[in-house]
Design a protein. Structure first.
Length: 157
């Protein structure tokens, strides 16, 4: 806190402290609502956003569930740090894909472990199908980099 004298008046500045407090509150809110590894909404916050979803248009609401098959074998073979790097890379792709849509109509979360969830509201089912297919293709064509090696492309079955 700084004291400043100006024309005989004494002014105490609280601006720095208020800015720090605001920053800390924003950070605490973020940490309470997001998964620490991926930065995606945690499941509790994701569910709150779904329940609070409102739209003026009659959009259909969809949930897309994403699961990385055989992820335990990735952790066993490459180690948990590499597994975390893959989860983070996967989540980065999820964030990139959902960020191209209106943030209230499309958002994602980490469901748990290697499972992710996306809320998608649209009045055109074709838009949803295009989104899902382009996401699947991007994952299929991505080489995930770990601490020691690149994991070969994930092939869809």
């Amino acid at each position: 806190m700084d004291d400043v004298s100006y024309n005989g008046f004494r002014v105490t500045l609280f601006i720095v402290n208020a800015e720090k407090e605001l920053y800390l509150r924003e950070r605490l809110t973020f940490y309470a609502e997001h998964d620490p590894l991926t930065g995606l909404n945690n499941i509790r916050h994701f569910e709150e956003k779904v329940k609070a979803y409102k739209t003026k248009m009659n959009k259909n609401r969809y949930i897309i569930m994403l699961d990385i098959d055989h992820f335990k074998s990735v952790n066993d073979e490459y180690g948990h740090l590499s597994g975390d790097m893959i989860l983070k890379g996967f989540a980065d792709i999820v964030l990139e894909k959902v960020s191209s849509y209106h943030k209230d109509d499309v958002f994602a979360g980490r469901y748990g472990g290697e499972e992710f969830i996306i809320f998608f509201a649209t009045d055109a089912k074709e838009e949803l199908m295009h989104f899902a297919e382009s996401f699947r293709q991007e994952i299929e064509n991505t080489e995930f980099i770990t601490e020691s090696t690149a994991i070969k492309k994930i092939r869809s079955h």
